[in-house]
Design a protein around this ligand. Structure first.
Ligand SMILES: Cc1ncc(COP(=O)(O)O)c(C=O)c1O
Length: 387
């Protein structure tokens, strides 16, 4: 029997994630004119709350686009032909960023590490020591394809300050779920996608830019229409509008998602993400799975796990989705069929963690693997006591 389309899933993907009802309902707000005061009343709070979450006094532009749009905007508005850029590469999203930078004409100095491992701070420092005239350092904070997270973002400014290099962070899968102090850490540009740790529907991607970078972008606009940030800055300054028709229902939803984040408080939210990921790592290990990422590089918002020998990706994930209504993601590229990924983002809480471990364990058992669901749940429960 095919299950009804309206039977809800527990969305444990690394984006999109479960969307709270309050946020979904906000999308039903009647339509408004995007060239009116009604729009200002919607958009200005979105901008101001976004800045609060990124911890910046700079500018925020809430693009009607998926995360890739915001990442691409950071490239085409900042990078010119021949610019030297340093970029750690260890997975799908850092690979895509390398491609975008190359297309923009950059001379990309890649710091390549095996998937599942991050370049260390010392490795990054060595590349800065050996290269001069660096226009920008780019990084993918949370490499969603492998479940690794860079945990020294606060120290990079010691390196970027040498040449006044721009410091750009792709925070698409993590902002709102981990600590970020954009201004204090000397980050010039940072972006995310609303469908990840903000727990909003896909389609809005905020990008924050500090004052010196805004000036550069205003003085050197790209030959591009839609993602030309100077147009967004100009329209906002003049009327608090956007240059092109924004996805108004999604902005209503986004605004409500921001309210929920600020009501919970950033510290509480980050703590919850850390505890839940700890419980997922621990519980899923106890049922016999192993995390893909090296221990010191592990993400607190995406848990990537190695498949057990012979476990077929499609059958496993289809069974999990159809029998238990739990959605998890497969691997990318070379990791397809080798890992699966559990999102630990947005609304994630005790219930999500316990149901996910239980469903994964039952699925493994249905597929003939020996797992110990009790051990997994007990171990996760122990960690979740901290919540
Ligand atoms: C780190 C990172 N960057 C960029 C993207 C691209 O975002 P989107 O799929 O919303 O375009 C993703 C998506 O998962 C991501 O995880």
């Amino acid at each position: 029997m095919k299950l009804g389309k309206n039977m809800e899933y527990l969305v444990m993907l690394p984006g999109p994630t479960n969307v709270p009802e309050r946020v979904t309902r906000a999308m039903f707000t009647p339509m408004i004119n995007h060239r009116s005061e009604d729009f200002v009343e919607l958009y200005e709070p979105c901008v101001e709350k976004t800045k609060q979450i990124f911890q910046t006094e700079g500018e925020a532009v809430c693009l009607s686009a998926s995360g890739t749009g915001a990442v691409e905007a950071s490239v085409i508005n900042l990078i010119k032909k021949g610019d030297r850029v340093i970029l750690p590469v260890n997975g799908e999203f850092s690979g895509r960023l390398a491609q975008m930078l190359t297309w923009a004409g950059a001379d990309v100095i890649k710091i390549e590490t095996e998937p599942g491992q991050n370049a260390t701070y010392d490795q990054v420092k060595e590349v800065f020591d050996n290269n001069k005239n660096i226009k920008a350092f780019y990084c993918v904070w949370n490499e969603t394809s492998t479940g690794t997270m860079i945990n020294y973002l606060d120290r990079i400014k010691n390196l970027t300050s040498r040449d006044d290099s721009y410091y750009v962070v792709d925070g698409v899968s993590i902002v709102g779920g981990e600590e970020l102090q954009m201004d204090n850490w000397g980050i010039d540009v940072c972006m995310t996608g609303a469908q990840k740790a903000f727990a909003a529907p896909p389609g809005i991607s905020p990008i924050c830019v500090n004052a010196r970078t805004k000036k550069y972008m205003m003085d050197n606009p790209p030959n591009s229409m839609y993602f030309n940030l100077s147009k967004y800055f100009k329209y906002y300054e003049e009327s608090k509008h956007t240059p092109f028709t924004p996805a108004i229902p999604l902005l209503y939803a986004y605004n409500e998602a921001l309210n929920i984040i600020l009501e919970e408080g950033l510290d509480n939210r980050i703590r919850r993400h850390r505890i839940c990921s700890d419980a997922l790592y621990s519980g899923l290990s106890a049922i016999g799975l192993t995390p893909f990422a090296q221990k010191d590089s592990r993400s607190t918002v995406v848990v990537a796990l190695n498949y057990l020998d012979g476990l077929e990706d499609k059958i496993f994930r289809d069974t999990l989705a159809q029998k238990f209504r739990v959605l998890v993601a497969g691997g990318f590229g070379n990791l397809k069929g080798k890992v699966f990924r559990v999102g630990c983002m947005g609304e994630v809480n005790k219930y999500h963690v316990m149901r996910t471990i239980s469903a994964i364990s039952s699925t493994l058992s249905m597929m003939g693997y020996d797992t110990d669901a009790q051990a997994g749940l007990k171990s996760a429960e122990e960690k979740l006591k901290a919540l």
